[in-house]
Ligand binder design. Structure first.
Ligand code: FES
Length: 276
C-alpha cells in the first residue's frame, strides 16, 4: 500500500525515503509526523515528515539507523512496501511572521527542519538556517535548505566546513550579531536541550520538536508523556513542538533510554538473523 518510490542513504547512517501516501501528502503540514511499521510484528516508528508533493501524493521521511527497527526500515528498497503508515499526526508547528528566525537542524533534524524553514520563509520571515554535524561528510540537503533560507550557516565540530565548534558557541555568535526573534530546533534530544539552554539567558522563545518513544501516536497510550512547565503533556497530540525552556529534559532523557537494554538485545538478535 505504501510503496517506496525513492530510497537514498544521504550520509552514513541517515536515509531519506520517498513514499507513496496520497492521503497524508494531501493534508500534512510542517512539524507533523507519521508512524510507520516495516512489517506486521514491527515496532511503530514515529518519523517527522521532511517534505511532500501533494500533486504526486508523495511524502519524504529522513531517519537515522540506530536500532533494529530503523535498520529493518533502512534495508527496504525502492519498490518495496511498508506494512503500515499512519498520519499526518501531531500538531503542526506554529508558523507566523515573527521577524528573524533561527532554524537549527542536526542529524536527521537537518531533513525535518526543511519544511519549517520553508514555511517561515513563505510567511515573510528572515530565515537563518544553521546545520550542525560532527564533520562535513555528515551534512546534507544544503542546496534544498539554501533555497528556503536567507542565510545558510554550516557548523562542524572538526571545522572541515563552515563554522568550527559546538552549537552553543554558534548560537551565541548569531544572537550577538543580530536580533533573533525565535529559534526552532529539530534533531536529537541532546541538541534540543543544549540549544534551549543556550538561548534561555537571552529570553528568546525556542521551539523544539520532541522525539520521545511513542506507540499509538493519537494520545491513547500515554507512552509519549513529557513534562512541560510541570504539567504532563502527550508529545503526539499536544506536540511534538514545545517551548524548550519549559521541558523537563532530565525526565525526557531518562524515559528515552528506558528500553536501551531491550533495544540492544533486539539489535543483536537481528544481526544474528542476518548472519545465519
Ligand atoms: Fe501514545 Fe502519545 S504515543 S499517547
Amino acid at each position: 500500500m505504501y510503496k517506496i518510490i525513492e530510497k537514498r542513504m544521504v550520509v552514513p547512517n541517515i536515509h531519506s525515503m520517498k513514499i507513496s501516501a496520497p492521503a497524508v501528502a494531501k493534508k500534512c503540514l510542517p512539524g507533523q509526523f507519521v508512524i510507520v511499521m516495516v512489517d506486521e510484528r514491527g515496532e511503530r516508528i514515529p518519523l517527522s515528515i521532511a517534505d511532500w508533493n501533494r500533486e504526486e501524493g508523495l511524502i519524504t521521511i529522513v531517519f537515522m539507523e540506530v536500532g533494529s527497527s530503523t535498520r529493518k526500515l533502512a534495508k527496504l528498497k525502492e519498490g518495496d512496501e511498508l506494512f503500515a503508515l499512519a498520519g499526518p499526526l501531531g500538531s503542526p508547528s506554529e508558523i507566523s511572521r515573527w521577524g528573524t528566525v533561527l532554524c537549527i537542524g542536526g542529524c536527521y533534524g537537518i531533513g525535518t527542519i526543511y519544511p519549517i524553514s520553508r514555511a517561515l520563509k513563505e510567511e515573510g520571515n528572515k530565515v537563518i538556517t544553521l546545520l550542525e554535524a560532527r564533520s562535513s561528510f555528515l551534512l546534507y540537503w544544503q542546496d534544498k535548505l539554501k533555497l528556503v533560507s536567507d542565510e545558510l550557516l554550516l557548523l562542524t565540530r572538526d571545522g572541515t566546513v563552515g563554522l568550527k565548534g559546538h552549537v552553543t558557541t554558534a548560537i551565541k555568535e548569531i544572537i550577538e550579531r543580530e536580533k533573533i526573534d525565535r529559534v526552532m530546533v529539530n534533531g536529537c534530544t541532546f541538541l534540543l536541550m543544549v540549544a534551549s539552554e543556550t538561548t534561555r539567558p537571552f529570553g528568546i522563545k525556542t521551539v523544539v520538536s520532541l522525539n520521545p518513544i511513542m506507540i499509538d501516536g493519537t494520545g491513547m497510550c500515554g507512552v509519549c508523556r513529557v513534562s512541560i512547565a510541570g504539567k504532563t503533556k502527550f508529545a503526539c497530540v499536544d506536540g511534538p513542538d514545545f517551548d524548550g525552556h519549559e521541558v523537563d529534559w532530565e525526565t525526557l532523557l531518562m524515559r528515552r533510554s528506558a528500553y536501551l537494554k531491550e533495544e540492544l538485545e533486539s539489535l543483536r538478535f537481528l544481526q544474528c538473523e542476518e548472519i545465519f
